[in-house]
Design a protein. Structure first.
Length: 297
């Protein structure tokens, strides 16, 4: 009898822990997004969509897929549960950090919605920090906000001497709305730039590579993976994948990441074109691919 009772108690405790875990995982998203609300989130984080555009719009569909790919979510172009949960978490974290950095009154609610209050708070933060006042959480805005937070603004009741946060692994550090460090390093390597895959993007060879990329495409030579640089890289990789899809007549999806499939497709083109087969889309390879794609079209 005692064993049965202990077993029942254990079962109840396990169920209670599972429920508590589930509640915490779903706590940020209080409800499903409407299409307009989710498009506002995408717009607020810098994806190239226009508020009020329907979900069936091709640009919105691509933005959702890019969002899902960036955050390693199921990629189907729909507002599936993991996609909504991730969006809710990102907006809530942004609002929380703005509250810590700015102490607005009233404070942002820490909700899942990127509405007028959040947009105005982002714009005010940008104005105060001499950034372009867009109300969009751009890379520069995100980096400045993180700088302020990491400079140890204490929460109420916490000691004023900050405890240095544990830095995430270099390979997973988010650097903007399109890429994290791993993703952007893969783009540089895939396009033929000389960077060390084990080093962060502030490593001297990586800084030189980024400056070379920026110079080639007429960007400000900051040596950082800033938002204009990321956006140009995304265009280059999308164009590369589109040309590969045209020339190889495969079903390659058009997104801005240089993954194993991209590398394999580049190898296939290099083999067909009699080029050195290494899976690296240098400027020479891309130029020949572009010329071939034009003839095919």
């Amino acid at each position: 009898m005692l064993n049965r009772l202990n077993g029942a108690i254990a079962t109840v405790l396990v169920i209670a822990a599972w429920v508590a875990g589930g509640q915490s995982a779903w706590a940020v998203r209080s409800q499903n997004y409407t299409p307009d609300q989710f498009v506002s989130v995408l717009f607020g984080f810098g994806y190239p969509v226009t508020p009020g555009t329907p979900l069936i719009d091709v640009r919105v569909q691509q933005a959702i897929r890019d969002f899902q790919t960036q955050y390693r979510l199921p990629v189907d172009g729909t507002l599936n549960a993991p996609t909504q949960d991730k969006a809710a978490s990102l907006v809530s974290d942004l609002q929380t950090n703005l509250n810590r950095a700015m102490q607005p009154s009233p404070q942002l609610p820490g909700s899942q919605f990127y509405g007028a209050q959040t947009k105005n708070a982002v714009a005010l933060f940008q104005r105060q920090n001499k950034l372009p006042e867009t109300g969009i959480a751009t890379l520069e805005t995100y980096q400045r906000l993180q700088d302020i937070i990491s400079d140890a603004i204490p929460l109420p009741g916490q000691p004023t001497t900050p405890i240095a946060p544990t830095a995430p692994p270099v390979s997973s550090v988010p650097i903007g709305t399109l890429y994290n460090e791993t993703d952007f390093r893969a783009v540089l390597l895939g396009l033929g730039y000389d960077v060390n895959p084990a080093k962060p993007l502030n490593d001297a060879p990586a800084v030189r590579a980024i400056r070379d990329f920026q110079q080639r495409y007429g960007l400000s030579e900051t040596g950082r993976a800033d938002q204009p640089t990321q956006e140009k890289a995304a265009i280059v990789v999308r164009n590369l994948r589109n040309n590969l899809k045209t020339v190889l007549r495969n079903n390659l999806s058009i997104f801005p990441f240089y993954d194993d499939v991209t590398q394999a497709s580049v190898r296939q083109f290099q083999t067909q074109a009699g080029l050195r087969v290494d899976g690296i889309a240098t400027q020479t390879v891309r130029a020949q691919l572009d010329a071939t794609a034009r003839r095919v079209r």
